[in-house]
Design a protein around this ligand. Structure first.
Ligand code: OXD
Ligand code: MN
Length: 590
């Protein structure tokens, strides 16, 4: 008798009519074969899917160029489908599930003709973790199949583990004809199902990532009593050898990957990496909050990555221990066959092909690498990987950090008064937009907990759920906000960022361990400057003050905007958030 997995695969094959169905086993040999297929058989716009790079300097590395209209997440084509619109909330595009299925059935009919359907079976989370989820994704792209092997724990045994049950997350993916008019990333949270067609780009196509681990998982978490968050997980070791675990939420391209493997400038401090993008948070029996990273790889933004900004990522990319490593839409240094991007160490090479494969000249005024060009590389290649990365229980979180890209107003670091105040702090967060999604860059948008594009249900209920999680914890983490991006009058960043961010993390660790005091302000606790280790920095006194100031005049504009945003959620917005809002407004008046 066919299992639930087999039946589902058969149904999808009947609809999509692939030439071949291939069940991936997740092995290294198989990945090599799929790379060969991508170099010599499968094509995108008549171009190979993979180009080998110089393996002397970049072991196991390949370049992939995506379709030129398919280079970022397309939030306007991303939907969640519940029977009613209110469950989706104003933070999501909504479609009736019947209508969505009708539309996608039409678009998927015969979409894999002439192609291979790859069946990927994988775990999000360590297979032995009680918090892990078994998943099956179908795809007709060898790029996606190879990427998923890097990003997840892919193994043929997952099919055995699922056995005859239907307890698995289902993902259907086809590149379709790659036309943006026929591109949809459709989520059916109540069926644990994602249906994605028309894009081969990371966040739209690697369904284990944003689609499962955030949009579907956030809904599972809401119903099952846990949280799926857009967060880095790190352990911060202090000079006594004590490790404090921290989870930090930041919107795309705000430096989460750099934070995840920060090379400390403070002697005796070390950052251990557990994840750079997603955390699943569960209440432990001891009343603490435990985090696992459901992923096993990094899908990071290449531009700006260098030995100066992120030496540990450069080592990760050149490790070759777990192979392959993929580069997507970077430029290519023709002379030496190496990937290149803006911000990489050294001079700009003379003979570059841009991300579309055309000869590039610096005078053209365009970037050679796409601003959202990416690397896909295994976490096991990371020299700072935490020993607890594979711990099925996860790690106990002592601090939660919310960050954003704000050139004005938001101080370097603030600590919430308590859990409820911290949930409000996360809820009122905003950030200036970047190239990770297709929208105008540099515009301020509210992005609560950095989850606006990823919360798979009504955010009013999401805030309620956050408040309830706090009630389950007898030892809740402290909650902080950080902003590395405050600019001076000339628009230059005041704070050096990158490795120097350890100075702020140290203060957070000191607060968590009750080692330092703080000053109380209307928006939360802030450091006394004497408690921030600023040795070796040369920040003018005036600018330093800016990093920790609360400009009441400017805050009046901010809280008006916060109110407009919170109002959108109407009766779904919990009273506690309004209580916090009113308290902040009153404090600012005083
Ligand atoms: C990502 C994103 O790819 O947030 O991680 O866009
Ligand atoms: Mn992300």
């Amino acid at each position: 008798m066919a299992t639930a997995v087999e039946k589902w695969v058969e149904e999808q094959a009947k609809l999509t009519k692939p030439d071949k169905i291939y069940w991936c086993d997740g092995s290294a040999e198989e990945a090599e074969r799929l790379i060969e297929v991508g170099m010599h058989q499968e094509k995108i716009d008549n171009e190979p899917v993979f180009y080998p790079l110089n393996h002397n300097f970049w072991p196991g590395a390949y370049l992939h160029r995506s379709h030129s209209t398919d280079v970022a997440r397309t939030e306007h084509l991303t939907y969640v489908c519940y029977l009613d619109k209110e469950t989706a909330g104003p933070n999501n595009n909504w479609m009736d599930p019947h209508k969505a299925k009708e539309l996608l059935t039409r678009l998927s009919d015969g979409c894999m003709r002439g192609r291979t359907m790859y069946v990927l079976s994988y775990m999000m989370g360590h297979p032995q973790s009680p918090y892990a989820k078994a998943c099956i994704q179908l795809t007709d792209s060898c790029y996606v199949a190879v990427s998923m092997r890097i990003m997840t724990r892919m193994h043929k045994d997952v099919v055995k583990k699922i056995g005859n049950s239907d307890n698995f997350l289902k993902g259907f993916h086809s590149i379709g004809d790659l036309h943006p008019d026929r591109r949809f990333i459709m989520h059916f949270p109540n069926e644990h199902f994602v249906w994605s067609i028309g894009s081969g780009y990371g966040g739209n196509a690697l369904l284990g990532k944003k689609c499962f681990s955030l949009r579907i998982a956030s809904w599972l978490g809401f119903n099952e009593g846990w949280l799926a968050e857009h967060m880095v997980i790190v352990g911060i070791e202090d000079p006594s050898g004590n490790v404090t675990y921290v989870a930090a939420a930041m919107p795309s391209a705000c430096g989460k990957t750099n934070l995840a493997m920060l090379a400390s400038v403070l002697p005796g401090y070390k950052v251990w990496t557990l994840g750079d993008d997603i955390a699943w948070l569960n209440a432990g029996e001891d009343g603490r909050l435990y985090a696992i990273n459901p992923e096993a790889g990094f899908f990071g933004v290449a531009p700006g990555t260098s030995l100066k900004t992120n030496p540990n990522m450069m080592r990760t990319l050149k490790s070759g221990f777990f192979s392959p490593t993929l580069f997507t839409n970077t430029a290519l240094n023709k002379d030496v066959n190496e990937p290149w991007w803006e911000g990489l160490d050294g001079d700009v090479p003379k003979n570059l092909l841009d991300w579309e494969g055309n000869n590039w000249d610096i005078s053209c005024g365009k970037k050679a690498a796409h601003p959202n060009s990416r690397f896909t590389v295994s976490l096991y290649n990371c020299p700072t990987l935490s020993r607890d990365f594979d711990n099925p229980k996860g790690v106990p979180i002592s601090a939660i950090i919310f960050g954003g890209r704000r050139t004005h107003l938001i101080p370097l670091v603030t600590e919430a008064f308590n859990w409820q105040n911290g949930v409000f702090l996360g809820a009122r967060g905003g950030s200036e937009t970047t190239a990770a999604a297709t929208h105008k860059e540099g515009v301020l948008r509210r992005d609560p907990m950095a989850m606006l594009p990823f919360c798979g249900y009504n955010m009013g209920n999401y805030f309620k759920h956050w408040l309830n999680m706090g009630k389950k914890l007898s030892l809740p983490p402290k909650i902080f906000s950080v902003n590395w991006f405050r600019a001076d009058a000339e628009g230059k960043f005041i704070w050096p960022g990158f490795s120097d961010n350890i100075r702020v993390l140290k203060w957070i660790v000191d607060r968590v361990n009750n080692r330092v005091g703080a000053q109380k302000t209307p928006i939360g606790f802030m450091p006394h400057l004497k408690d921030l280790n600023l040795e070796g920095l040369n920040i003018p006194e005036n600018d330093l003050r800016k990093l920790t100031e609360v400009d009441v005049g400017e805050w009046h504009g901010e809280i008006k905007e916060i109110k407009d945003f919170l109002d959108k959620f109407g009766r779904n917005m919990p009273d506690e958030i309004w209580q916090e809002y009113n308290a902040l407004a009153a404090h600012l008046k005083e």
